[in-house]
Design a protein around this ligand. Sequence first.
Ligand code: GLU
Length: 469
Amino acid sequence: MTVRVRFAPSPTGMFHVGGARSALQNWIYAKQQGGVFVLRIEDTDAARNKPEWTEGILSALDWIGIERGSYEGPHFQSEYAGEHRAAAARLHESGRAYYCDCTREAVQARTGSQYQGYDGFCRDRGLPAGEGRALRFRTPDEGETVVVDLIRGEPTFENKLIEDFVIARGDGSPVFLLANVVDDMTMGITHVIRAEEHLPNTPKQQLLWDALGVEPPIWAHVPVVVNEKRQKLSKRRDKVALEAYRDEGYLAAAMRNYLMLLGWAPSGDREIVPWSVIEEEFRLAEVNPSPAFFDEKKLRAFNGEYIRALGVEEFVDACRPWLTGTGTIAPPPWQPEEFDADAFAAVAPLAQTRIAVLSEIVPNVDFLFLAAPLTDEAAWAKAMKEGAAELLDAATAAFEALESWDAETLKSTLEAVGAERGLKLGKAQAPVRVAVTGRTVGLPLFESLEVLGRERTLSRLRAARVRLV
Ligand code: GLU
């Protein structure tokens, strides 16, 4: 039997990190089993049927390493509406489903104050199909439904506690539970690996498989992803969009490594490992069923390590979208013609060890490309205290006299200027740094001045001095 798995997102306008995790787990499982990964877009909700949302899913998958053309699909759920309706009709004809015209209020009036599920009122009324009549599945009165789940063992559900659930609405349109099963059946899916949130649907869906006479798939419900308060990650409260991380400058390699650690770990106490190791060592059955904490701080630290592990040229390439504002990335504060690739290449190794996400490259190097630095007023106030004007005068004079403009000379020169005033180098640097870069922190100062060049450095020192008058 060829293993066939699927990733079946509903388009929502963004790609949830939990979805990315499930997609990767499906992807690896298929690869390990010599199977097929199918992408199905569950687009039956007309309001969710925007082509750009589908494109967003495809490009997010591409980014994370599940590339177009290397899987089956995308199939679109909306294209299988005929199969969904045919399955609903079959279930009705075989007596496994019946029409029901009860309103929720009517059921509630019969069963008491709290809605406890449908009471089976229409079960034996033999109503024909009709406007406003929902089709309900007749769940067995006895027995149990045992779900075979690779992660959770055999969750068992008593059939009598499962209400006669709706499979097609009053307008005849099949609901998610049925459409999802029929699609999996039509696409020959053998393993359903999906989020834990769907576990309560599973006994109902398995009953549908049974009633339609097809062997159900093996299930694997992967743990819910939670924030630091142990709340399920929500798009209203948490940063959940994969695209947001991509646009901030997380590397795809760091992201997918991190996502695979949600509920699982490679051998030997390692966390940062090459993708090939994950592909080899990952075992779906070893995934911990407890909620998995999505720790943004840890992801950030991971990303910093991945950035530092890049070759300098790779780092320069990786930074390019932030330096030029291509794609979905916000443009930098300088004009394209102000950008100087050589100057950037000269400071890139210094920046590479200091940033954790690629977007942080911009505030670290903007002083090189802007005509005047973007001055942070709090930094200015902090650095330009008493004595700053005199120090800037002395530094300017000493720098003007230099024959050689290199980091080492600049450093020893400022050191001497500071020493004459009883200042350590750190203190002497602060006004110079703010005058030239606009900030109190950043790349090593003297290398920065070397790359910025004599003219621009001196003119910024003079401009700062004018402001201090
Ligand atoms: N479209 C469903 C969702 O995005 C997927 C259901 C499933 O994987 O079975 O939650």
